[in-house]
Design a protein around this ligand. Structure first.
Ligand code: B3K
Ligand code: ZN
Length: 878
């Protein structure tokens, strides 16, 4: 195998040939699907007349090629395993090709493949080249007409982008449907689905009066899991009109649920294809968090119709242009639909654990990478989540109304075009008259900036001076970092906990303001400050940075109770818990007895006992920082100490505050009919947090509550919460009957079996790893299905840290075994799964060596470009 090579943003060249119209004809068969393509091609202005036509192609068998109806002679073209080159072509011409491919044996789930017998496609980013020879790049945009021919019995439903324009019967029990998509689009937005599907249908009238038919297509047994997504879709369509002025632009919008899918979903024009786990839901099978995730993903894909489809990316380096903006849009939507503070807490928690970890490891890259070997590896937390933070900072800098003007200008100016990040930011600069030159560094500089804080109160001058400094650690390939423009939203709390009036240079700044930290170090002097305040910094998490600030426990507890900023109240609680956990960890390391501090216990007690105005936030506040988050704070990660300290703290709190948690648990019972609405979800989270603490005490009465909740069988959220507590009990005889009952009851439902797998392999028990190997042989598991892999292997690796990081290296070996197998079957998933093995930098020497050993073992295999890129980066940085 040739050593894969990198592609650079600086080498971008505009396309030499444009496709004006694409006509496709699919004759579907599992092992030999024929694809005929007729492309109307025109040479781009400025291209030399002797420029060869080079079309991408991958895993294709070429059967026929003709220009303007004239078949080509062997010497006139060349086919390799990556491209079809035609040496000379006219200025405008019609290209006909015919290829054969085998969807049934496509386990990579890219291009055209089969899932449960259903034909479906995934083309982003470079899957279309597995369907036909084509300039497979987003800056080539064409209108498409697609004819799908299939067997009547096996594939009664034939779908593609746009509107159906013709259908009919053919000999031998076959039939066809022709679809036309009038909106020019890049090939990555192409989609086709054929199968035995049923639908639910609804209507939506746009603000402009267009009647849109909405359809969700699923296998028959899943029809009772579609209502929630349909409602979410209608909400998304209305919201995008109201908040962003964006209307839908076709008469039909379809969603299809597919069981085998690499990502959550895909925004193909008019025909969104969803991982069934990201669309199917009902109260009996789906937990609250999943309902909310589904609502967010339905919205995200719908929003792409403008941010991504109508205005698309010039090249794949610009991925964050559509993803960062669309994630920001879906975050706003979810926060409008549910609880704004909780949504922010969840998003920041994800960013601060997973994205910060990515930013400090060997695969760190800028929001807009400048080179890649395999673009599929760049659908990352950095591009998506940090990309969204960058857009959020722009929105905060401009203010919502001006930001909205910038967004309108962007959509209007670039409608139908393939553009760059600069084009987006320029619109924002134009409507605001801000100079965003320095701001652009957020797109090009990798790594998480650290902001350190120094403060001094001068009683005589009545001034409070804040000194903020920034530093971004080196990342692979970027040793030197320039100062970023960091908006630090902040306030100062007086002795009563109220916000002080902020005055800088004689200017009033209200009670909360944004400091612009745009140099390495900057001083801000607040005037007329009557006494030493408690600063509340980075309110709402106004920038994706690590804040290095030393506050005492008393100050943290004060902020936790009084800060006017909901996010910072939560965060102060987390910092306080972190301090407590660090003390426990130190004791554990020294072999001392761990003792939970009274002050901390009383702080938690006051939370549990105070009737909460916001139950959802309270549930978040009562949740201790996760092991992954604690690990992110440490220079050398002590896997065992983190786990032991956290477990100990939860058990002690559960025991000491047993009655308080019992009261809370009892209070928050409800017999209202299940609805995945915000109030109910908040109440269930709070109740189930209480149950977790109760069970952590290890007392039999607690397990009796869990058993009762499990058996009451009210809804999956409560059943699953109870099952988790029973299954995680130290004594396995407590959990085993429930695990067995659940597994038998839901054996027919793969999405519920995923939860069954996850519950078992997240147990801290010593035999968890053996359990993973055992469950890999379970009939409900298949390594070819990404959802199963994520549920079983992904959960074990990410949520069972003590066992994944076992000192005998068996956890790493298990993951390497899986990666080696997946590398052959599904390189995209393999490259995702291998990532935890690249996070060795801050582990102890023994574990580091064990991880490297497994990476070397993987490296010795014949690797896909995907896995090669990740493993090579990791080993190079070691
Ligand atoms: N745009 C898709 C990405 C799919 C790429 C998979 N290789 C999902 C999304 O962000 O909406
Ligand atoms: Zn997206």
């Amino acid at each position: 195998m040739a050593e894969p090579h990198a592609i650079y943003l600086k080498d971008y060249q505009p396309p030499r040939y444009q496709v004006e119209h694409t006509e496709l004809r699919f004759d579907l068969a599992p092992d030999a699907t024929r694809v005929q393509a007729t492309l109307q091609i025109a040479r781009a202005p400025g291209t030399a007349s002797d420029a060869a036509l080079v079309l991408d192609g991958d895993h294709l068998t070429l059967e026929h090629v003709a220009i303007d109806g004239q078949p080509l002679e062997p010497g006139e073209f060349e086919v390799t395993d990556r491209a079809l080159t035609i040496y000379t072509v006219p200025e405008r011409f019609r290209l006909d090709t015919e290829v054969v491919l085998a969807p049934a044996s496509n386990t990579a789930l890219e291009g055209l493949y089969q899932s449960n017998g259903m034909f479906c496609t995934q083309c982003e980013p470079e899957g279309f080249r597995r369907i036909t020879f084509y300039p497979d790049r987003p800056d080539v945009m064409a209108t498409f007409t697609t004819t799908v021919i299939g067997d009547q019995a096996a594939t009664p439903i034939l779908l593609a982008n746009g509107n159906p324009v013709e259908r009919g019967e053919l000999p031998d029990g076959r039939h066809f449907v022709t679809w036309n998509d009038p909106h020019p689009k890049p090939a990555y937005l192409f989609a086709l689905v054929a199968g035995n599907l049923e639908k639910i249908e609804d209507q939506f009238t746009t603000q402009g009066g267009r009647e849109v038919t909405l359809q969700i297509w699923v296998e028959q047994q899943n029809l009772d899991k579609t209502a929630f997504a349909m409602t979410a879709l209608k909400h998304s369509m209305r919201w995008d009109e109201e908040r962003f002025g964006r209307e839908y632009d076709l008469d039909l919008f379809m969603i299809v649920a597919v069981d085998d899918f690499n990502m959550g979903a895909m925004e193909n024009k008019g025909l969104n294809i969803f991982n069934s786990s990201a669309v199917l839901a009902n109260p009996d099978t789906t937990v609250d968090a999943m309902f909310q995730r589904i609502e967010g993903i339905v919205a995200h894909e719908y929003f792409h119709n403008w941010s991504g489809n109508r205005v698309t990316c010039r090249d794949w380096f610009q991925l964050a242009l559509k993803e960062g903006f669309t994630v920001f849009r879906d975050q706003l939507f979810s926060s409008d639909m549910n609880s704004a503070p909780v949504k922010r807490i969840e998003d920041v928690a994800l960013l601060r654990t997973a994205q910060f970890a990515e930013d400090s490891g060997p695969t760190a890259h800028p929001v807009r990478p400048d080179h890649f070997i395999e673009i599929s590896n760049f659908y990352t937390l950095t591009v998506y989540e940090k990309g969204a933070e960058v857009v959020r900072m722009l929105c905060n800098l401009l203010g919502w109304e001006t930001f909205r003007k910038g967004s309108d200008l962007y959509f209007e100016r670039f409608d139908g075009q393939a553009v760059r990040v600069e084009d987006f930011v320029d619109c924002m600069a134009e409507v605001s008259n801000l100079d965003l030159t320095q701001f652009m560094r957020w797109y090009s500089q990798a790594g998480t900036p650290e902001v350190s804080v120094d403060s001094a109160y001068d009683a005589e001058r009545r001034t409070f001076t804040l000194t903020l400094s920034q530093h971004t650690p080196a990342t692979p390939g970027q040793d030197e970092k320039a100062p970023l423009q960091i908006p630090v939203e902040m306030g100062l709390l007086d002795e009563q906990g109220a916000d002080m009036a902020l005055v800088i240079d004689g200017q009033s700044h209200g009670s909360s303001t944004v400091l612009n930290l745009d140099e390495s170090t900057k001083q801000f002097v607040f005037e007329d400050v009557p006494h030493a305040p408690v600063p509340s910094l980075l309110r709402g998490f106004s920038a994706p940075v690590k804040l290095r600030q030393t506050l005492t426990r008393e100050q943290l507890s004060f902020l936790m109770r009084h800060d006017s900023d909901g996010f910072n109240r939560w965060d102060a609680g987390q910092q306080l818990a972190l301090k407590e956990l660090e003390t426990l960890m130190a004791a554990y390391r020294h072999g001392d007895e761990m003792v939970l501090d009274e002050f901390f216990v009383e702080t938690v007690r006051s939370l549990v006992e105070t009737p909460a105005s916001d139950k959802a936030v309270l549930a978040e506040m009562l949740t201790l920082p996760t092991e992954a988050f604690i690990a992110e704070q440490q220079t050398t990660v002590d896997i065992d100490a983190i786990h032991q300290a956290r477990r100990f703290a939860i058990a002690r709190l559960g025991d000491t505050l047993f009655e308080a948690f019992e009261t809370l648990y009892t209070q928050e019972q409800s017999d209202a009919a299940y609805a995945p609405d915000f109030d109910q979800i908040a109440q269930r989270s709070l109740k189930n947090v209480a149950l977790a603490y109760l069970c952590a005490s290890g007392r039999e009465e607690a397990f009796a509550y869990a058993r009762r909740q499990f058996e009451a069988n009210a809804n999956m959220t409560d059943v699953r919460a109870a099952l988790t507590q029973l299954a995680h009990a130290g004594d396995t005889s407590i959990g085993d009957p429930a695990i067995r009952a659940f597994g038998e009851r839901w054996a027919h439902d793969p999405l519920v079996m995923d939860q069954w797998f996850a519950t078992q392999v997240s147990r801290p028990h010593e035999d968890a790893l053996e359990r993973v190997r055992f469950l890999m042989a379970h009939p409900a598991f298949s390594i070819k299905n990404p959802n199963r892999v994520r549920a079983l292997i992904g959960t074990f690796v990410n949520q069972n840290r003590v066992n994944f990081h076992r000192r005998d290296g068996q956890g790493y070996r298990l993951l390497a075994d899986v990666v080696i197998e997946l590398n052959r079957l599904n390189p995209e998933i393999a490259a995702r799964m291998v990532l935890p093995l690249t996070r060795f930098k801050r582990l102890d020497e023994t574990r580091r060596a064990l991880m490297l050993e497994q990476l070397e073992r993987i490296k010795a295999e014949p690797l896909s470009r995907n896995v090669y890129e990740v493993v090579d980066k990791a080993l190079t940085s070691a």
